[in-house]
Ligand binder design. Structure first.
Ligand code: ZN
Length: 113
């Protein structure tokens, strides 16, 4: 009955391989979740370093930090262009967007020029 034994072994191998694949998929998913946690921590580290840079503390990353500062400036310019197109402006007090001819912020009451 060597043939039947081989057949049984073959079937067992297939189900073993299937459960191995399921296990590997689960483990890869767990690895992805852990890597995502690292990415979040990297982000927090980066933000903390940049906050220190803005506060005038040199943590040896000033080149990257100055790149972020330049990018933030560029984003600011792009946002201003959108405000020009929409004929709006931002309240310097609270950041609320109002039409360009608004004299006082409806949110916080700041005088707008
Ligand atoms: Zn305001």
């Amino acid at each position: 009955m060597a043939f039947m034994d081989d057949l049984k072994k073959f079937g067992k191998n297939i189900s073993q391989k299937t459960s191995d694949m399921v296990e590997i998929t689960k483990l890869n998913s767990a690895i992805s979740q852990e890597k995502e946690k690292i990415r979040k921590l990297y982000y927090e580290i980066g933000t903390a370093v940049y906050e220190q840079y803005k506060a005038g503390n040199n943590l040896g990353m000033e080149e990257k930090c100055s790149q972020i500062a330049e990018i933030e400036q560029k984003i600011e310019e792009l946002q201003q262009k959108i405000q020009e197109i929409k004929n709006s402006k931002k309240c310097p007090g609270c950041g609320t967007e109002v039409t360009a001819d608004t004299a006082f912020c409806p949110q916080c009451g700041s005088k707008l020029n």
